[in-house]
Design a binder for this molecule. Sequence first.
Ligand SMILES: C[S@@+](CC[C@H](N)C(=O)[O-])C[C@H]1O[C@@H](n2cnc3c(N)ncnc32)[C@H](O)[C@@H]1O
Length: 259
Amino acid sequence: MFEVAEAYEAMMGRWSRQLAPLFVEFVGVRDGDTVLDAGCGTGSLSAALARMTKASKIVGVDPAGGFIEYARTQIADPRVTFEVGDAQNLPYSDASFDRCMALLAVDYIPDVRRATLEMRRVTKTAGVVATAMWDRSGANELDSCFWHAAAAIDPTAKGSSGRRGSYGSAEALSDLWIGAGLIDIEVAGVTMPCHLSSFDQLWQPYLRSQGATGAFMAGLSADRREALREAMRQNVLGDGPDGRFTLQAKAWAVRGVVS
Ligand SMILES: C[S@@+](CC[C@H](N)C(=O)[O-])C[C@H]1O[C@@H](n2cnc3c(N)ncnc32)[C@H](O)[C@@H]1O
């Protein structure tokens, strides 16, 4: 589902880079902490951790080799390493990290319950395990601007909230963390403005998108794709001229402590 780093960066990496510092603030990292970035992708979270904290070691792990290669080219900080690996079977000893974080990843891990148990296993007692996912309730304009347009041209389009394993709500994330046996669980909504200078800046990345939007796009003929483009343009600009606009993005973050 994910492999082409440049396409991911254009579509989502630009927003996960903006979300990552808010997630780091929510989780809290102490000087000298060792931190695992599970499902690191192209390295947005690891980059924010390196920039914002005095963590002693930051490890990014992801099964997508193309993403790991790209991430390695982005960060030249000796505290940061990237490795190909699977969050369902983490290649680390028990209690290796002070913080284990996963940004925008849990929806994409086939056996997410197993992955959360693995995240807890590799985290020290009293350490923190945390994740964040985009809100899937419709309050996240970054997500809903596409799926509302998709539903307008195809009433059977499921939208992201109807997909398997959607953890884009406070309840779903809280339940997942309770199921992982974590304690002192806290959940918070995180919002951020996404500034765009033209409609094409929003639309063009969808032409190479991966994940659920990419799968939906791949099933469209050229005519239907044009209808989707027009429906989306109407959603964000109405009948007005092209130009700058802002979408409000919303995510949910959860943190819990290992007992
Ligand atoms: C939406 S991307 C998020 C990437 C990055 N954390 C970010 O915020 O930009 C989802 C990531 O989950 C990764 N992923 C999928 N299955 C995984 C697994 N079993 N273990 C770890 N990561 C996985 C994908 O390869 C992809 O990099």
